[in-house]
Each structure stands twice: as structure tokens, then as C-alpha cells.
Ligand binder design. Structure first.
Ligand code: AMP
Ligand code: MG
Length: 419
């Protein structure tokens, strides 16, 4: 039986990083930059004021203090977005707003609070002169040109996963579009004569197709574009027809029909169309898994992940293998899921030497994480997956993880109880 790591290695050996595409920066969040970006300009482009105040020449202000104001003549003002029209000559000042370029000649900005502007304003006339109550050092309250980035300076390197700060940084250097790795298009197909789609009329003999939706949602969550192929019945024609459509995607994900007993139809069809291995992976849930490549009519090799049918198995297997495949296709290199150590509040039994991913609820008590299980761990109980915020792991070689022992928990979510 393959270990989870061996299975993962085989998946990663087949899936490829997709091509870059030009993308508007807002659509690039969470995606991987496919080019090195250098700043096309200086940021900020000009020396500018960090305060609302007066641009001055410090050489004029020797001896200035609260009790000994030095009076300068005021020539004009400059707002953010304007270019200063007059230089600051000796004995003069220019009124200046935050972000406005510092006029030539000035070497500091004195904020309003260090001037007598309030008293002068009280007289209602235009401020033609200003008393300066402080002697600033040169460059006080001036943000120098290029302080954030020099022209040609590297801004972000290829491979960076873009977060809001990086998107803002790209905007700040004037870029509206950048190259990021394209999102994978993921065809999702459920198989089984018993299945009907949500929204359809049911009778008690049929069950609703939930796998396509949990997997489709996971595909979206992990950056892919799901294409819902619906349901294939357990016969050759139906399966062939749906697979044909699935081959237009970057990866095909099917559910069910891979466990012993009923996979023959699926197996025959898949074997004819490419190379498919049926695996038993040393994990619980989700032991039966199929993986391989199918030949598309255009010659492309389309990876295929065949998930087990039971809803918890399908989702846990997708979390372990599908998510990683999607991440790799998007150019990500860190596939780890946030994993914490918790105190196990009840035992996890491991009856047959597989790695157990137990659905768990992690909470924090007195600064320590605790994990309890969500009840019955049967792989058909999707509600017990919905109650979990993590998967607590019992290693394959351990028959029992006891209550009170430390356990690794792969977090599916971070909820409020975690803090
Ligand atoms: P199978 O792998 O075909 O033996 O299916 C295993 C179990 O999963 C059966 O109880 C199926 O009815 C159930 N199952 C298969 N596909 C789905 C699906 N798309 N949604 C919900 N349950 C499913
Ligand atoms: Mg079936």
C-alpha cells in the first residue's frame, strides 16, 4: 500500500505548472507572480512633505523658539498633486500640504503647530507673514524622493504569492496588469446510477450528488475554476460521453467507482483513454484512490484524480491530493497546510495501520489547543466533516493515540474559538 507521501509524490510528478497570463492586479490576489517586477520609477517621485505646514530654509531659522519667533514672508502655497511654482528664497516660506512636493530652496517643513498661524488666521486676513516657533534640523518632515523604491529597484520577485500589500505595491508603481500563473480549469464528474442533482425531485432510492459540490467548492477555495460535468451513470456510453467533455480541462476529478467491486466500468474506460493506476493509500478515510493521465483529442495529457465515493473520503482525499495538485499548477511551492499541536481529549483508534485523519474540533483553553472528535468517524457522515475545523492525525504505525497525548492537527479553518 502506498503511503500518503508516496502517493503525493506521484501526483506531483505528473501535474505541471500552468502558463502565465496577463491579469488586472485586483484579480491577482492569492495568485503567483510569474515575472520579476522592478520599479519603473522613483517612489515617491519627488521630495514631499510629511505634514501640513510651511516649507522653509533652516538657515533662516537660527534662534527660532516659542519665545523668539522668526517671521518669514509667505509666497504661495502648494497642495498634494501640484508642482511648486515658486522656489523658497531666503527669508520666505511656502505653505505646504501633506504629500505636496517640497519647493526648491526649502530644506525642512515646519508643521502648523510650530507656527503662529492660528493667531494670524484669527485676524482673518490672508497669511502674508508667518512666525516660526522652532528651529528644525534639515530634512525634518520631508519624505525624500525614492524613499520607498528607487527606479529599477526590484519590487517583487517571480514566485511571490500576492497578498493585498503586494497588490497595493504593484499599484503604487503604476502597474495595472501583471503576469500571474493561470488558474487551473478543473472538470468535476460524479459517477453512480443512484445519484441525482440537488434541486431535482427525489424518491427514497436515490441520493443527492454532494461530492461534486464539496469538491467544486474546494476547487474554488484553492484557486481553480470548476467545470461541473454532472453525473455519469455506471455504463460505458455515459462515462465515455462525460469524459470527452472532461478532457478539455487542465485536470479531471471524478468521484466514486474506484473501490473494489464496482469500478470495473470506470477502470475499463479510463484504461482505454490513458494510463490510470488504482491505488490503495495507507490512510483513513479514503484508502481507494485512482490517479493517472488521460489523452485528450488534441494530444494533451490531462491528469485525472479519481476520488472515492463516500462524501467524507472524497473531500479528505481532495484536501490531501487535489489541493496540492491545484497549488502546484498555480505555481505555488509551499503545499503545507497550517498544522498545530493540540492535546487530544479522546482517543483515536487505528485498527489497520493506516494514517488516520480524524475529524476534529480544535478549541483553545488556557492558552492550549485541545482537539476532540466530531463523533462517529464513518466516511459517509458528511455532517461530521461539517462540524470539524481540523483533521487530527494518528500516524500509521501507532495503533492508538491516547487521550491526553499531543496530536498534530491539520487545520481546515481558523474559527473564533481558536484565539
Ligand atoms: P462507490 O465508490 O461507487 O462504491 O460509492 C461509495 C459510496 O459513496 C456509496 O454509498 C455512494 O452512494 C456514495 N456516493 C458516490 N458518489 C457520491 C456523490 N457524488 N455524492 C454523494 N455520495 C456519493
Ligand atoms: Mg457507485
Amino acid at each position: 500500500m502506498l503511503s500518503v507521501e508516496e502517493a503525493l509524490e506521484r501526483v506531483l510528478a505528473v501535474v505541471r505548472v500552468l502558463e502565465p497570463e496577463d491579469t488586472a492586479i485586483l484579480d491577482a490576489v492569492g495568485r503567483v507572480l510569474a515575472e520579476d517586477v522592478v520599479s519603473p520609477l522613483k517612489i515617491p517621485p519627488l521630495d514631499n512633505s510629511a505634514m501640513d505646514g510651511y516649507a522653509v530654509r533652516t538657515a533662516d531659522l537660527d534662534g527660532a523658539g516659542p519665545a523668539s519667533p522668526i517671521v518669514l514672508r509667505v509666497f504661495g502655497s502648494v497642495a498634494a498633486g501640484e508642482l511648486p511654482s515658486t522656489p523658497v528664497e531666503p527669508g520666505t516660506a511656502v505653505r505646504i500640504m501633506t504629500g505636496a512636493p517640497v519647493p526648491p530652496g526649502a530644506d525642512a517643513v515646519v508643521p502648523f503647530e510650530d507656527t503662529d498661524e492660528i493667531e494670524r488666521r484669527a485676524d482673518r486676513g490672508p497669511v502674508v507673514e508667518i512666525g516660526i516657533l522652532d528651529r528644525p534640523e534639515p530634512w525634518t518632515h520631508i519624505r525624500p524622493a525614492g524613499q520607498d523604491l528607487a527606479k529599477g529597484e526590484p519590487v517583487l520577485s517571480r514566485g511571490t504569492v500576492l497578498r493585498p500589500a503586494e497588490i497595493g505595491l504593484l499599484a503604487s508603481v503604476g502597474l495595472a496588469k501583471i503576469k500571474v500563473v493561470r488558474r487551473p480549469v478543473v472538470a468535476i464528474l460524479a459517477t453512480g446510477d443512484e445519484l441525482i442533482e440537488p434541486g431535482e425531485e427525489t424518491n427514497d432510492s436515490r441520493i443527492y450528488n454532494s461530492n461534486s459540490y464539496s469538491i467544486g467548492a474546494a476547487v474554488r477555495r484553492y484557486g481553480g475554476i470548476p467545470i461541473m460535468l454532472g453525473i455519469a451513470a455506471d455504463n460505458l456510453d455515459s462515462l465515455n460521453d462525460k469524459l470527452q467533455q472532461g478532457l478539455q480541462s487542465d485536470i479531471l476529478v471524478t468521484s466514486a467507482g474506484v473501490s473494489k467491486g464496482d469500478y470495473d466500468v470506470v477502470k475499463d474506460v479510463l484504461a482505454k483513454r490513458g494510463r490510470i493506476d488504482f491505488w490503495s493509500v495507507r490512510m483513513r478515510p479514503a484508502k481507494p484512490l485512482a490517479f493517472g493521465v488521460l489523452r485528450a483529442p488534441d494530444g494533451r495529457q490531462v491528469p485525472h484524480l479519481g476520488l472515492p465515493g463516500n462524501p467524507v473520503s472524497a473531500l479528505v482525499a481532495f484536501e490531501q491530493f487535489g489541493r496540492v495538485a491545484l497549488y502546484k499548477m498555480q505555481g505555488k511551492v509551499d503545499f503545507r497546510r497550517p498544522t498545530i499541536k493540540a492535546v487530544l481529549d479522546e482517543p483515536i483508534y487505528n485498527t489497520d495501520g493506516r494514517r488516520v485523519y480524524a475529524r476534529a474540533v480544535v478549541t483553545r483553553r488556557n492558552g492550549t489547543y485541545h482537539a476532540r472528535l466530531t463523533g462517529d468517524q464513518s466516511s459517509n457522515l458528511l455532517s461530521s466533516m461539517a462540524r470539524a475545523n481540523g483533521l487530527a492525525i494518528c500516524p500509521e504505525d501507532l495503533p492508538l493515540k491516547r487521550a491526553g497525548e499531543a496530536v498534530d492537527v491539520q487545520m481546515l479553518d481558523w474559527s473564533e474559538e481558536m484565539f
